[in-house]
Design a protein around this ligand. Structure first.
Ligand SMILES: [Zn+2]
Ligand SMILES: [Zn+2]
Length: 123
């Protein structure tokens, strides 16, 4: 039994995973920031408006569902709120042959009618 290499190999694996995560995060940040500069902060589906305080709930959707397709003119991006983004992906996932894992929770608990309430109160 040669188990000598387990230690270093596991460490290397950890680092590879960490690197991959960081690369993905940086890539995500890259297109998100670019999309937020290109487009007004409005959900493309429900037209909800966002500002600095809640822009974290505004997400960048890839129209062709390919997160590696990030043309500089933004033609593959669409800004959607979390709720509409989930809807969009659920529709897409219902089609056969597409597997995508989103760790986002379902919109039911986090997205409440309070969003509408808040806008009503502002008036
Ligand atoms: Zn929306
Ligand atoms: Zn999307």
């Amino acid at each position: 039994m040669a188990t000598k290499r387990d230690g270093p190999d596991l460490q290397r694996l950890d680092r590879i995973v960490a690197d991959a995560r960081r690369a993905r995060d940086e890539r995500d940040l890259g297109y998100r920031e670019r999309a937020l500069k290109l487009y007004p902060w409005i959900c493309g589906r429900c037209a909800r408006e966002f500002d600095r305080s809640n822009v974290s709930e505004l997400t960048v959707h890839h129209k062709d569902h390919n997160h590696d397709n990030n043309p500089p003119d933004g033609s593959n991006w669409e800004l959607l709120c979390l709720y509409c983004h989930d809807n969009e992906h659920q529709r897409y996932l219902e089609q056969p042959g597409t597997g995508s894992s989103r760790r986002d929770a379902t919109p039911s608990s986090t997205h409440t009618p309070f969003a509408d309430l808040a806008s009503l109160l502002k008036k």
